[in-house]
Design a protein around this ligand. Structure first.
Ligand code: CTP
Length: 368
């Protein structure tokens, strides 16, 4: 299909980046990046029509995204970029594939497959680096141009089980020491953290972040947790759950600083304050009602994180919450109170809560 479109438009097009890398490594990948030496948007429209896909067009950047079955195609017009300042999104200028390849992060991501010719273009010995399991930049300013590459290098090295090539590691260390990460917006930093936490093995990546002292640069004095980051939540959203594990050691006093600096999404911010509140009260819980009161309006991912991190006694309490306390159902509702002649009011909630409490304490027992 791609060859047909290329020929019809009379332009060259290439599959580039991660998809080629993963194909060579025999890893499954559903994200296909296509670079077109010409009008990428027209190319994408044709592709989308043939595949009956959903297309999203970004005129400004001359790019388009197509979703078709399990595949995502990112189509771009070949471009050369100028980095005005480190960490700022680049200006775009049309150029040919060589320029496009050269602006990329690591040699293993610089392979391109020429669709018309059916052959791989390997300008920077990416094939050798894949064979030798090495992450290598092609120029010394790579991390400075885009400091998200610091995170990307660690992510690839763990995911693919590759090593940082010696000079690349040196440049990475220098870039960290120079404070290049400070040039990234808080949003871009958090995006990298979310990408890391979505990996199969975030624990090792976060350990590397600590090893290179990246956490000290971005989270100042906050102690990032590395334990249990590879686990999955029993309930709820796995990314939020891992985010809460990542920030498990955060103190109440750090919360405002973090929220302000990183502008966390609402659910994440609530999750974090829930987590802190539960942790502060966890070892004073006397009975089921206290557990119910502490847990009832908390994010389920926060309770899950507590379950994973705390000892056996707490695990028992959380188990009881999920298995008994939370699933306790009342046989009556507001209608029953109305039938008794009481006008609807906030008192209903109090009455129902009292019935619930009594049931929890065993004061009310079901007929059966
Ligand atoms: N890229 C880059 N510098 C960045 C981000 C991306 O040079 N800071 C380039 C890389 O060549 C990468 C391509 O853009 O291969 C696509 O980026 P992305 O989809 O993030 O990476 P993939 O290689 O597809 O990796 P993943 O498997 O993580 O999606």
């Amino acid at each position: 299909i791609l060859k047909k479109i290329s020929c019809k438009m009379g332009v060259k097009s290439y599959i580039v980046g991660g998809y080629i890398r993963d194909e060579i490594l025999n890893l499954e990948s559903n994200d296909i990046d296509i670079t077109v030496e010409g009008d990428g948007i027209r190319y994408a429209l044709m592709l989308s029509k043939i595949l009956n896909g959903k297309i999203e067009i970004h005129e400004k950047f001359k790019t388009a995204k197509i979703q078709a079955d399990k595949y995502t195609f990112d189509v771009v017009s070949a471009r050369k970029e100028y980095y005005a300042h480190s960490g700022i999104l680049p200006d775009v200028e049309l150029a040919d594939i060589v320029e496009d390849i050269k602006r990329r992060d690591f040699t293993i991501n610089m392979l391109a497959f020429d669709i018309k010719e059916g052959m791989i273009i390997d300008l920077c010995n990416g094939l050798d680096d894949i064979k030798n399991k090495l992450i290598r930049v092609v120029h010394d300013k790579s991390f400075n141009d885009d400091p998200t590459r610091i995170f990307r290098a660690l992510r690839y090295s763990v995911r693919l089980d590759f090593k940082l090539e010696e000079h690349t590691e040196l440049l990475l260390k220098q870039s960290i020491a120079n404070g290049d990460i400070d040039n990234l917006s808080a949003d871009r930093i958090m995006n990298e953290i979310y990408l890391i936490l979505s990996e199969k093995n975030p624990e090792t990546i976060v350990k590397l972040m600590k090893y290179y002292e990246i956490d000290k640069k971005i989270f100042k004095g906050i102690d990032i947790n590395i334990k249990n980051l590879n686990t999955y939540a029993r309930y709820g959203d796995v990314l939020l759950y891992r985010f809460l594990l990542f920030f498990y050691n955060v103190k109440k006093d750090d919360l405002d600083y973090l929220n302000e600096k990183f502008n966390f999404r609402r659910q994440y911010s609530k999750g974090l304050s829930d987590l802190i509140e539960i942790k502060m009260n966890l070892y004073t819980l006397k009975d089921d009602i206290a557990v119910y009161n502490l847990f009832k309006d908390k994010k389920i991912e926060a309770i899950n994180a507590i379950y994973t991190m705390e000892g056996e006694n707490i695990k028992k309490i959380v188990d009881r919450y999920f298995e008994v306390i939370r699933s306790l159902k009342l046989e009556v509702n507001g209608d029953a109170i109305k039938e008794l002649g009481l006008e609807p009011s906030p008192v209903y909630k109090k009455i129902l809560e009292k019935i619930y409490y009594d049931k929890l304490c065993g004061k009310i027992i079901n007929k059966e």
